[in-house]
Design a protein around this ligand. Structure first.
Ligand SMILES: Cc1ncc(COP(=O)(O)O)c(C=O)c1O
Length: 374
């Protein structure tokens, strides 16, 4: 298969297995930074070009998840996205459900809104590194307005079957909010096929970009039935009409836009999404499935304590370490860039990684375990 390594200069010096946190920067992304810089240094100001690039990035994200560009809002982070949706829920909302494997910003935002809207909150537990489908039937009730799940868990890579979950929660009358930050770019996503109502993702992880921008899909009819209360002038129907005394929501998900979009982040997003789409998510997903299975097999051979499920997972594999932060620091000294979360060190390969990267990382983990597990 084609090697993509030469597109990522850092790989000459380091092994990057940290796509669950920050992936390696490509030459294409480096040029995108430069072209934004040039628009300031050479043109001075170029609003038309900035908006063209921002819209191009939005269109590419829309095609990545199979929806229309008017169903996408651009915000600064996944935390912004979930807060914006919770603000837009009716005051009479009775119940919101999430999971204990969602990224903390989801539960935290729900609890903050609970202070204003007085709904009940349930956290679905995990069992043996994953969440069995039956739990959705048990925890989501006919009172549930919104169910929030991660597509892929940030902690151990467990992957939900979105279609199966959406069937259950829709059967109870709940909307489905999917945090796809750990899957977008590495797992195929089709919001129409899987009947997802809201899906969010930032660019820093498997989308090969940087933080500071997040895309939020909201199904068109749903978006137009919601009246967001955290808003901005870029979410208005007539942005450049400058109506200081009129609130008129834009069509579709664009009503969730707030202020001036994060333009430099959009330049990077546009280049990074172009790169991902030129390879094709299916090709990336197939390769990462191989690398993920290889990681689990080799970790087990070395007697490591794997905290990821054997199947139904994304690229990330979590290995137990008592002091995972210390493990991350020790590996960094060996030029191995991996990311720790809680009690695990995570191996998160991307299309530019190979089996040898994984073997080197696993051997180094085995070497450092006596120090980190003291
Ligand atoms: C699944 C998931 N959701 C959300 C976040 C946080 O996103 P943000 O910092 O954009 O709010 C992360 C960060 O690691 C994540 O892995």
């Amino acid at each position: 298969m084609k090697s993509y390594r030469s597109d990522f200069p850092i790989l000459e010096k380091k092994i990057m297995l940290s796509s669950c946190s920050q992936s390696a920067m490509s030459n294409q992304v480096m040029h995108a930074f430069k072209s934004y810089q040039d628009s300031l240094l050479v043109s001075g100001m170029d609003w038309d070009e900035w908006m063209n690039v921002t819209n191009a990035a939005k269109e590419k994200f829309a095609s990545l998840i199979n929806c229309g560009p008017s169903e996408i809002a651009i915000l600064g982070s996944v935390s912004d996205c979930i807060s914006s949706i919770l603000h837009a829920l009716p005051l009479a909302t009775k119940e919101v459900v999430t999971t204990e494997i969602d990224f903390p910003c989801i539960g935290q935002s729900i609890l903050a809104q609970q202070k204003r809207k007085d709904f009940s909150v349930s956290f679905i537990p995990s069992n043996n590194h994953s969440i069995p489908l039956e739990y959705y039937d048990e925890y989501v009730t006919t009172n549930t307005a919104l169910t929030c799940i991660p597509h892929v868990s940030f902690y151990n890579g467990f992957k939900h079957d979105l279609k199966a979950v959406s069937e259950i929660v829709h059967g109870k009358g709940s909307l489905l909010f999917v945090d796809a930050y750990q899957s977008a770019g590495s797992v195929s996503i089709d919001v129409k096929r899987d009947n997802v109502d809201i899906l969010v993702a930032g660019m820093q992880k498997y989308l090969l970009g940087i933080p500071g921008i997040a895309f939020m899909y909201v199904r068109k009819e749903l978006a137009e039935s919601l009246e967001p209360s955290t808003i901005g002038w870029f979410g208005q129907k007539d942005i450049f009409g400058f109506h200081y005394d009129k609130l008129e929501y834009a069509n579709g998900a664009q009503r969730f836009n707030t202020g001036t979009p994060p333009v430099i982040n959009a330049y990077v997003a546009n280049a990074a999404l172009e790169y991902i789409l030129s390879i094709g998510v299916k090709e990336i997903e197939d390769r990462l499935t191989q690398l993920s299975q290889f990681t689990i097999e080799e970790a087990i051979k070395r007697g490591l304590d794997v905290k990821s499920p054997a199947f139904s997972k994304g690229s990330t594999t979590a290995i137990y370490c008592k002091d995972a932060n210390l493990m991350e620091q020790l590996l960094r000294k060996d030029n191995l860039i991996l990311s720790a979360r809680k009690d695990c060190i995570r191996l998160a390969p991307h299309i530019y990684n190979n089996e040898n990267d994984i073997l080197q990382a696993l051997d180094a983990i085995v070497y450092h375990l006596p120090t980190t597990n003291k």
